[in-house]
Design a protein around this ligand. Structure first.
Ligand SMILES: [Zn+2]
Length: 399
């Protein structure tokens, strides 16, 4: 486990002893502790954002070794030798700087804004080159999610960030899908994979259309398409064409907006130009009465990531984050981690920290968990089954 991980649960357990909680808050703490054993889904997590420093170093060393071996082979072998079978991106492994796990952990901990985060996030992807790298990345997340009682995941991946380095699309999708399938076989975890278009990629629309075409042979492995990365100056309407195309092929549509950009146009265009079924972040919607009324009326889900919004977003603290206000207004919001390795908090940690910092009630916490199921792309029958189970557990525990 990474040493950048925060210890919200330890903090939480010490709270009742400090005498700082009233009876209602103590109930909440109990609920959170029990909720560690309550099963719920995660709908907003970037697989590349789960790259822990230890796995980064492991993969960097692997590619450094294979790169030097390939170079020595190169002097002896013909062009049909083993090195010719390597992915083009493997040639780029020469540019991976040697770094220790503690140095990488230190880089993670020092992140304080979106630009610095994205720079490190994309730079670190250089260690993801072969199918097995994507398998290891995904499997590490799924094992951790299973340990945290996450029963269903809808993770994002960013194909353009890899194909633009020469990594074949097949390596990416096969590695990820193999891990998701393995998690289903081993733990019974279900998943709906989301392929994101990288909105600040050079020539982003052309690239998104290209990635969409690359994905078609693997259409059965991907549920939805999304839009991520730096939203400023990259409004959703720029991607209307590729979302319309994706919809023709049966992909469901989601999109990032309102992380640090204003609701207009970054959230509103997700609805008006892309027709998304779910908004990722969307927290700046609180500034627009009209948009809040729309989100409430249509119960359009928002996958909110409070720790991300504070650590690399516009909010000063969790106490000043609008999650509670959005819940009280009747919006379908749920809590997620975003990029947990980099932000130092997985979804259970985020949930606990929200309860502490925002003073969520028991009812609000149950609502967040139920919203996660409601907002998922699970079949209706499975949603009802999970919601019933959640309700039974909370009633049994008098929560
Ligand atoms: Zn995100």
């Amino acid at each position: 486990m990474s040493n950048v991980r925060l210890h919200f649960l330890d903090d939480l357990r010490s709270w009742p002893k400090c005498g700082r909680l009233n009876i209602e808050q103590q109930f909440v703490v109990n609920l959170v502790l029990i909720s560690v054993n309550v099963e719920f889904p995660e709908l907003h997590v970037h697989l590349e954002g789960t790259l822990e420093p230890d796995l980064y170093v492991k993969l960097a060393l692997k590619h450094a070794a294979s790169s030097s071996a390939a170079h020595s082979d190169c002097d002896l072998a013909s062009s049909d030798g083993p090195e010719s079978k390597r992915a083009p991106a493997a040639e780029e492994s020469q540019s991976i700087d040697p770094i220790s796990e503690s140095e990488m952990s230190s880089k993670y901990r020092s992140l304080s804004n979106l630009r610095d985060f994205l720079e490190l996030y994309y730079a670190n992807m250089r260690v993801l080159q072969e199918e097995d790298d994507f398998f290891q990345l995904t499997w590490a997340y799924m094992e951790r999610a299973n340990a945290n009682h996450i029963v269903h995941v809808e993770p994002f991946f960013d194909p353009s960030a890899h194909t633009s380095r020469g990594v074949p699309f097949a390596h990416i999708i096969k590695g990820i899908s193999r891990a998701l399938l393995f998690a289903e076989e081993k733990y019974g975890m279900t998943s709906c994979l989301c392929m994101c278009f990288v909105r600040d990629h050079p020539d982003a629309l052309t690239e998104a259309l290209r990635v969409l075409q690359l994905s078609l042979p693997y259409r059965h492995l991907i549920t939805s398409v999304g839009l991520d990365s730096d939203e400023i100056n990259h409004p959703p309407a720029d991607f209307a064409l590729v979302f319309a195309e994706a919809r023709k092929y049966g992909y469901r549509c989601v999109g990032h907006g309102g992380h640090d950009g204003p609701a207009e146009p970054y959230v509103s265009q997700l609805i008006s130009a892309l027709g998304v079924e779910r908004i990722d972040h969307g927290v700046t919607s609180v500034a627009s009465e009209e948009l809040m009324a729309y989100l409430k009326q249509y119960q359009l889900p928002l996958t909110v990531c409070p720790v991300s919004n504070v650590k690399i977003g516009p909010f000063e603290s969790l106490a000043k984050h609008p999650l509670k206000h959005m819940l009280e207004d009747g919006l379908c919001v749920c809590v997620n981690s975003d990029d947990p390795a980099y932000l130092g908090a997985y979804v259970n940690d985020v949930l606990c920290s929200c309860v502490i910092s925002m003073g969520l009630t028991r009812r609000q916490l149950c609502q967040l968990l139920a919203n996660s199921f409601r907002a998922s792309f699970l079949p209706s029958s499975m949603k009802q089954r999970w919601l019933h189970k959640l309700q039974t557990i909370t009633e049994e525990k008098d929560l």
